[in-house]
Design a protein. Structure first.
Length: 172
């Protein structure tokens, strides 16, 4: 996957996010995703092959858990790690760049940051879709319950009105 692929994914997912999320959710996602991308980029710049794996994974797992909190989803470490499987696929290729001094380290850092950003927005959009679906389900259930309660009230009112009318008829 090239740098332009990451940029396209990020652009597309940010546009999708704008349609699904509130302004507050977008701001919080920006903070979580950009923080993780910067941390992953800094880790990716470590010139020693494989030395970046733990700090980068920690940044990405923390990002996914933070995104889950934004959308009211409880995410465990193992769930977050599972969601990040796609990001792990770039690991071997990125590590090979580290054998090229300076340019390779910078390239590795850029790939790490780009992948983290793309994965972050992909996960955020998925969480936003789930959040919105759940919100709509709860709203529909609440509306249905309210409509049912209102119908029951009117049935009782009509029944009471009939009884009152019958009482009026008996007085003549």
């Amino acid at each position: 996957m090239s740098k332009t692929d990451y940029k396209k994914i990020i652009k597309d997912k940010r546009l999708e996010a704008g349609k699904l999320m509130t302004e507050d959710q977008i701001v919080k996602c920006n903070v979580a995703i950009h923080t993780a991308a910067v941390a992953a980029g800094a880790s990716g710049a470590i010139p020693i092959p494989v030395a970046d794996a733990i700090p980068m994974s920690a940044a990405q797992v923390t990002m996914v858990i933070a995104l889950g909190k934004i959308f009211g989803q409880k995410i465990t470490d193992s769930t977050a790690k599972g969601l990040l499987g796609a990001a792990a696929s770039t690991f071997v290729g990125r590590e090979l760049f580290k054998f090229i001094p300076v340019v390779g380290w910078i390239t590795s850092a850029g790939i790490a940051a780009g992948v983290t950003e793309a994965v972050g927005w992909t996960v955020a959009v998925d969480f936003a879709k789930t959040y919105r679906t759940e919100y709509e389900r709860k709203k529909n259930a609440a509306d249905a319950a309210s409509a049912y309660a209102e119908a029951e009230y009117y049935k009782e009112s009509a029944k009471h009105a009939e009884e009152t009318a019958e009482d009026f008829g008996d007085e003549e």
